[in-house]
Design a binder for this molecule. Structure first.
Ligand code: C5P
Length: 300
């Protein structure tokens, strides 16, 4: 995630993420689950424009980007009211900073919602980062991260650049020193899933997968080894809840990707490809199968 000056305000690129490994370690007293996940940001991103509003209003307008507009019905909802996590983020930062400033936000969406791609979380992190800049608060990333964790388990991940291992609820972020880029194809089926519902249906691991070997493979740029180590404990419950996840998995099984699995709580599903041209070929094959929206992308 990065921010640049844009006219009188700030423009932030808010990427989607993929979970290369997702493990459930325990159920917690507070209703959440203790997890360990390795996430990478990818080159599918929303753009948030934010400028200070001198009347103290907090406003958001939201639209699908031109390329995605045609598929708008298939990419999920566009909430612009107070239920939007970007609005909640700015309101929370304003309250904690004890200031009266407002913000006018425009969000250009490309990341499908209810997809396991972290779109809403990334937008919230972008809003925190942009408001911090526009209001001249100079909060550190560590301070913003504490706030981000209150907004959602995935939000702190997006405040630090690049791949990371996340623990606790997901809010404890350990960035990787480096991660080689992966070429991926992502499919978002026409129907999404509720994160809470998928977690309710999941089982705690008897013998948990750990992120160590995957981290080593990613750091050394061994995409084939990364693909062999993919794992998502939420995929099995998601397949019980959505026939789309099964359909997309079966489609990937007929292809020559290095590996494939669902991202986060779904329903988005991705395959790791050998190179950019391979990803374009896989994407065009999947588009012809009418399984939903298809993106060729790379991790960044
Ligand atoms: O933190 P966030 O609001 O994104 O989580 C959405 C829902 O997913 C939670 O209400 C909870 O039911 C579930 N969840 C969980 N354990 C986690 C993260 C999320 O059970 N570590």
């Amino acid at each position: 995630m990065w921010a640049i000056r844009s006219g009188a305000g700030w423009e932030v690129h808010a990427p989607a993420k993929l979970n290369l490994l997702f493990e459930i370690l325990a159920r917690r007293e507070d209703g959440y689950h203790e997890i360990e996940t390795l996430m990478v940001p990818i080159s599918v991103y929303d753009t948030l424009y934010l400028r200070r509003d001198s009347n103290g209003e907090i406003q958001l307008t939201c639209q699908w980007a031109a390329a995605a507009e045609a598929q708008a019905g298939r990419l999920g909802d566009l909430p612009t009211d107070r239920s939007n996590l970007a609005v909640k983020a700015v309101e929370l930062l304003r309250a904690r900073a004890g200031i009266e400033a407002g913000a006018t936000m425009r969000l250009v969406k490309r990341i499908p919602s209810a997809a396991g791609l972290g779109g809403g979380s990334s937008d919230a992190a972008a809003a925190l980062m942009a408001a911090n800049l526009a209001w001249g608060l100079h909060w550190s990333v560590a301070d913003l991260s504490t706030l981000a964790g209150e907004l959602g388990s995935d939000v702190p991940f997006f405040l630090t650049p690049g791949a990371a291992i996340c623990r606790g609820r997901g809010e404890r972020v350990e960035p990787l020193a480096r991660a080689a880029p992966l070429h991926v194809v992502v499919v978002r089926p026409p129907a999404g899933l509720s994160t809470a519902e998928v977690f309710r249906a999941c089982q705690v691991a008897d013998r948990p997968h750990t992120t160590g070997p995957l981290r080593a493979a990613l750091e050394s740029g061994n995409a084939a080894q990364v693909a062999r180590l993919l794992h998502n404990r939420l995929q099995e419950p998601a397949e019980r809840l959505s026939p789309w996840v099964v359909r997309v998995r079966q489609a990937f099984e007929t292809l020559d990707c290095l590996g494939h699995q669902m991202s986060g709580s779904g329903t988005s599903y991705f395959g790791i490809c050998r190179h950019a041209r391979h990803a374009l070929r896989v994407a065009s094959y999947l588009r012809a199968r009418a399984l939903g929206s298809v993106f060729a992308a790379r991790s960044c």
